[in-house]
Design a protein around this ligand. Structure first.
Ligand SMILES: Nc1nc2c(c(=O)[nH]1)N[C@H]1C(S)=C(S)[C@@H](COP(=O)(O)O)O[C@H]1N2
Ligand SMILES: [Mo]
Length: 202
């Protein structure tokens, strides 16, 4: 892409409703997180589903890789104002995961638990969208450690901090609990089309 053309292209993409307001396009995939990148011994790695579920369940890496996956190509939007078009991810559709787990009717929110206690949450209803994945591959390969290896959530319809890297647990709850960036003042809805970046009540 030519530098001079970039602004024009971005304006066109905003006008066409593809690029959310206030965003710029990036060609490379930036890395963003708080704290160090964890490294896992995959022999002892577990994904755990708990909270308002019929029975708590855990998956080993081997078991998780045996679950049916789907591949999608989506645009992602970071609150720091970069958007990346056409990123291709493979993972277990969250909807299918919910069916596997058996979630109680009182469950209204989903809390993603990650390495070092990072959490982020969303309404269960939002997590049931077609394009929400427990993603284990990006561009046909396992995730890079910096991008969340071995597993992250992918929620393309929200700012990217809602896509939790180094996922270790999924908790189903009746009442929401603010996550790491949300407690720091980020908006709990995080809809890029409404520019829900910071919570103005702070
Ligand atoms: N576990 C964990 N997940 C995280 C974060 C984090 O600090 N810890 N940061 C979030 C933020 S702010 C962004 S923008 C995206 C960045 O993902 P990337 O590094 O793959 O681009 O990860 C999100 N997921
Ligand atoms: Mo972010």
């Amino acid at each position: 892409m030519f530098r001079g053309d970039r602004r024009q292209l971005e304006k066109k993409m905003i006008d066409e409703g593809r690029l959310p307001p206030g965003q710029s396009l990036t060609q490379k995939f930036p890395v963003l997180h708080y704290g160090p990148t964890p490294s896992y011994d995959m022999g002892s790695w577990r994904l755990r589903a708990f909270g308002l579920v019929d029975a708590e369940k855990t998956w080993t890496w081997e078991q998780f890789l045996g679950l049916p996956t789907k591949t999608i190509t989506v645009d992602i939007h970071c609150v720091t104002r970069w958007s990346m078009f056409n990123s291709t991810w493979e993972g277990v559709p969250f909807r299918d995961f919910v069916d596997l787990v058996g979630v109680k009717p009182e469950a209204q929110f989903v809390i993603a638990h990650c390495a070092y206690g990072y959490t982020t949450s969303l309404p269960l209803e939002a997590m049931l969208d077609d394009d929400v994945l427990l993603a284990c591959r990006y561009d046909g390969k396992f995730l890079e450690p910096d991008h969340g290896y071995p597993l992250r959530t992918l929620v393309p319809q929200r700012y990217f901090w809602k896509s939790a890297k180094w996922l270790e647990g999924i908790e189903f709850v009746a009442e929401d609990r603010l996550g790491f960036w949300e407690r720091a003042g980020y908006h709990n809805e995080a809809d890029p089309w409404k520019e829900q970046r910071l919570d103005r009540r702070w």
